[in-house]
Design a protein around this ligand. Structure first.
Ligand SMILES: [Fe+2]
Length: 184
């Protein structure tokens, strides 16, 4: 079966996590573990049909720029299904998720895209699985990695959350788009 734009987006994202993981110290790091889990899940991903949904914040996808990954997101847009985050009450006005598990069987790995409107906040939360965010577009201030403060990220940085770490992100004055993976 021909690779779809969504498959290409996932492949590019996994390759980018692998590349950024190779830049991270110390090595091996949880980034390597996450990249390996993601690569393995993609190797056996099958397509799950789902009705396409959308929410108001997706209007901001027009402002995510033209990086290789951003262009891949634009191309995959017809396959993505956006929903309001269960951690917000805004009905998808400022925050939304595109859960990839709704459209690809990724086994025990959870993957999705997170989109924030300019200046929007993804609420502080925690969960048992560890997590990596791959920032795709936009800047912001992140709470992550067991730290209590919010920090800007270096270029090419990945975000890692240990199991149970409280984490959050606040977008700056541009829309913020990131891909996330959670794995056991
Ligand atoms: Fe999370």
């Amino acid at each position: 079966m021909a690779e779809s734009p969504l498959d290409r987006l996932l492949e590019l994202s996994c390759t980018e996590i692998e590349r950024r993981a190779a830049l991270a110290a110390p090595s091996p790091s949880p980034f390597d573990s996450g990249a390996s889990a993601f690569r393995s899940a993609l190797g056996s991903a099958s397509t799950v049909p789902v009705p396409k949904r959308t929410v108001p914040v997706t209007q901001h996808l027009a402002g995510i720029g033209d990086s290789v990954l951003a262009l891949a997101v634009h191309e995959a847009a017809p396959e993505l299904s956006w929903v309001a985050s269960p951690r917000t009450t805004d009905g998808g006005r400022d925050v939304a998720l595109a859960p990839i598990n709704d459209i690809r069987d990724l086994g025990s790995l959870t993957c999705g895209l997170m989109l924030l409107a300019p200046n929007a906040v993804y609420p502080e939360h925690s969960h048992p699985p560890q997590e990596i965010y791959l920032p795709i577009a936009g800047g912001g201030s992140w709470r992550y990695g067991g730290q209590a403060n919010f920090r800007m990220l270096a270029d090419d940085a990945l975000v890692y959350n240990n199991p149970g770490d409280i984490h959050s992100v606040v977008a700056d004055d541009e829309p913020l788009l990131a891909l996330y993976i959670l794995w056991p």
